[in-house]
Design a protein around this ligand. Sequence first.
Ligand code: FAD
Ligand code: NAD
Length: 451
Amino acid sequence: PGIQLPYDTEKKTIVILGSGWGATSLLKTIDTAEYNVVIISPKNYFLFTPLLPSVALGTLSAKAILQPTRYVARHKARTVTVIEAEAKEVDPFNKTVTFEDDTEIKGDVSHTTIPYDYLVYAVGAEVQTFGIPGVQEKACFMKELVDAEVMQRRFKDCIESAAFPGQDAAEIDRLLHIFVVGGGPTGIEVSGEIHDFLEDDLKAWYPELAGRIRISLVEALPSVLPMFSKQLIDYTESTFKESKIDILTKTMVKEVKDRSVVLQMPDKSIQEVPCGMVVWAGGNKGRKITQDLMAKYSSIQTNRRGLTVDDHLRMAGPDGSIFAIGDCTSTSYAPTAQVASQQGAYLARVFAQMAKKESLETKLNQLQQSVDLEGCNGNCQLDGSLAYIGSDKAIADLPFANGNIASAGVATYLFWRSAYLSTLFSLRNRTLVANDWLITKDLRPDSPLIL
Ligand code: FAD
Ligand code: NAD
């Protein structure tokens, strides 16, 4: 009963968990002629994360940065089964995955288990809150589409509440003080986008409030953006200073309250600062399902950053049937979209090579020793780091033959735009993003957030 999985008993089954950067890149590249492919993810779409902060501030529409996974699947040679469900457990000993429909509307069947021959584990990571009181319940995040929607709603609410007749000055200042926690690329990009919104929209729509908004970026370490070169860190800090974004380094958020944030200052004193909204960008941690899987190989899987994999992206521990890519792994690379997507494309080549071998099922163990695969861990080509910092400026650390080249400013921003346009997956997405940018950034007929 129900939808049949595309099982051809002559072929091996690859189950892919996730529909993010790693999984989508694999799905796009893999030759499905030789495998049954099943993709399971609680989101039935791919989310283009670099442009998520633009959705939060209303410069881009959500649909411009989403690509339905079925759209990618439908272009494959053989049927790919797409299942919207959350994997709950991987049993590497019996080679099964148990998954569940976690959405609001469920049918009679909403929980099942299927077998795999190969599992591609690409579930990404979740937001790290360090158990700091109030963060989970009271802060906004910038990880999933729903986070951008929540932030947009709250931000709009802060502004409208500040504009409410009779609001006293101190309360207006509280409502319009926005804290962004985390000086990594996410926190920097969110701060830059909020600043743009102030400059481009708030001045036109709420001239009486525009000058009163404050953005404070809190970072526990001595500087923001530790992965960028010193030159670019200085450039970002001075651009933020000009944009009147306060950077509080060596400062830790200790608690998020309904109407304030509690900070531990560089001299270790504690200060409670009233604010309207806190955006949390404090980094990533492994999902529970990843921790559970690691616990099954507790003597080998000891890296708290994520799954340990070998040079061919096979998870250390199981018999070579589980491959892991992207943010759920701990490799020598930063957890970025470019690494995850290169790993996905690499795995597609691995599967293609494996498919060429005869008697795969019976000879699996010898085969994994003998297949001549180029390693990936040592070979990911980094395209460099790019980040938008607001005011139509971006920073980029780009690798060249003689080392990295640091670039910053408006030209870098134009490069940033074109880089993102060219890496968006479908023509449909490219057109939607270009259209939104043209309307909201360049023609700007009205406020993208307020109207
Ligand atoms: P993800 O893309 O997060 O995908 C994980 C997938 O797994 C999702 O589809 C999720 O729904 C699914 N999933 C979750 N739980 C389960 C489960 N239990 N079962 C099945 N599926 C599950 N990187 C860059 O290189 N450049 C950038 O400019 C950049 N900008 C960013 C901006 C923001 C706001 C954010 C949040 C990240 C940004 N990144 C950027 C980082 C980049 O998005 C990640 O490194 C990348 O998404 C990792 O890809 P992934 O496939 O490992 O995970
Ligand atoms: P991150 O881990 O890079 O930065 C989080 C920051 O929050 C850290 O610097 C940490 O010190 C700080 N922090 C944590 N708890 C704190 C507290 N209580 N008080 C004050 N500061 C606190 O996280 P991210 O920015 O979300 O990035 C995650 C990954 O995604 C990175 O690998 C990054 O490279 C990638 N990413 C890349 C881009 C880009 O290339 N443009 C954009 C976004 C994310």
